[in-house]
Design a binder for this molecule. Structure first.
Ligand SMILES: Cc1cc2nc3c(=O)[nH]c(=O)nc-3n(C[C@H](O)[C@H](O)[C@H](O)COP(=O)(O)O)c2cc1C
Length: 315
């Protein structure tokens, strides 16, 4: 059998398929639908210091090739997460990555420290794509200095692997990625959703209560795949690919572009069995192609591209 384990700085996952934050709640809510034994890890819903009610409804709108969500980070807050949600999630047969978002570097420090000190939390993911996190007028996800400030703060609070989730909604993702790594990120998630909207023609109103939301699902895949290709070439920490992954072939594209693991989100809403099918499909692909470890796939397309370029130059 091929070895499908993968390593994300300080964390070994039994396979490279991770369930994305916000798509399985805190974990137990989906335990009857999803076989957690089949996935490498789950990322719990992003929590903030205080509970949040989130945005007004409607919060979801379908698009032709994806989904718009404007949940607005509804969550139970740090205290209830630690006392209620985390102990339940700890019983699940998979690794737990806790996602946090703060409004200031000090909040990121507090949140990362508080979740990071719990044994059940194997890694801390910080969500810098949160719209309410701003330094002056510039959102943190688009601001290398702001990113460095929140990552430095979170890094000072925990020795657990620190994963920083980037936004695709920036003209210069490399500067943000390098700032995150420079400030101590152990791995990057590339990337979160892109902003978008729809209009409800009958109501003559925006389809989402918040007007705009984050576009996820298949429409997002080529955008985030290109960002994984770019970022993974520039940083020396593992990159976790995210955006529209629904099949083993999608996941393999991300691995070949340079990802060390992948996150699956929206695909779960259509098929809660998708992650297990993705893991099976990756293993089958390895078996059929004589691959022994997942490492053989990571960045393979870049190596092939390089070989082609050298061959053309030599001819
Ligand atoms: C309903 C919903 C809620 C989400 N909530 C969060 C969240 O709390 N924190 C976060 O970092 N990302 C959140 N996301 C983004 C996903 O984790 C993921 O990065 C994104 O949807 C792209 O992956 P996908 O196309 O596989 O869904 C959410 C996505 C959806 C669809």
């Amino acid at each position: 059998m091929p070895d499908i384990t993968t390593k994300i700085t300080g964390l070994t996952l039994r396979n490279p398929v991770v369930l994305a934050s916000g798509t399985v709640g805190y974990g137990p809510e989906y335990a009857e639908l999803i076989d957690y034994e089949t996935v490498g890890a789950i990322v719990t819903k992003t929590i903030t210091r205080e509970p949040r009610e989130g945005n007004p409804p409607p919060r979801l709108a379908e698009t032709h090739a994806g989904l718009l969500n404007a949940i607005g980070l509804e969550n139970v807050g740090l205290r209830r997460f630690l006392s209620e949600k985390l102990p339940e999630a700890a019983e699940l047969p998979t690794e737990i990555i806790a996602s946090v978002a703060g409004g200031t570097p000090a909040e990121f420090c507090e949140l990362a420290g508080a979740v990071g000190e719990r044994d059940a939390v194997r890694a801390v993911e910080i969500n810098i794509s949160c719209p309410n996190v701003r330094r002056e007028r510039r959102p943190v996800w688009d601001d290398p200095e702001g990113t460095a400030a929140v990552v430095t703060a979170a890094r000072s609070a925990t020795k657990k692997p620190l994963i920083v989730k980037l936004s695709p909604n920036t003209a210069d993702i490399l500067s943000v990625a390098e700032a995150a790594v420079g400030a101590g990120a152990d791995a990057l998630v590339v990337a979160n959703t892109m902003p978008g909207m729809r209009i409800d023609l009958e109501k003559r109103l925006p389809a989402l209560g918040n007007v705009t939301g984050g576009l996820s699902g298949h429409a997002l895949m080529p955008i985030n795949l290109a960002l994984v290709w770019k970022v993974s070439a520039a940083v020396d920490v593992p990159v976790i690919g995210s955006g529209g992954i629904a099949t083993a072939e999608d996941a393999l594209e991300f691995l070949m572009a340079g990802a060390t693991a992948v996150q699956v989100g929206t695909a779960l809403f259509l098929d809660p069995g998708a992650p297990a099918a993705i893991v099976w499909g990756i293993r089958e692909h390895m078996r059929m192609n004589g691959a022994e470890t997942i490492d053989e796939y990571i960045g393979l397309a870049r190596e092939e591209k390089q070989r082609c370029t050298e061959k053309i130059a030599a001819d």
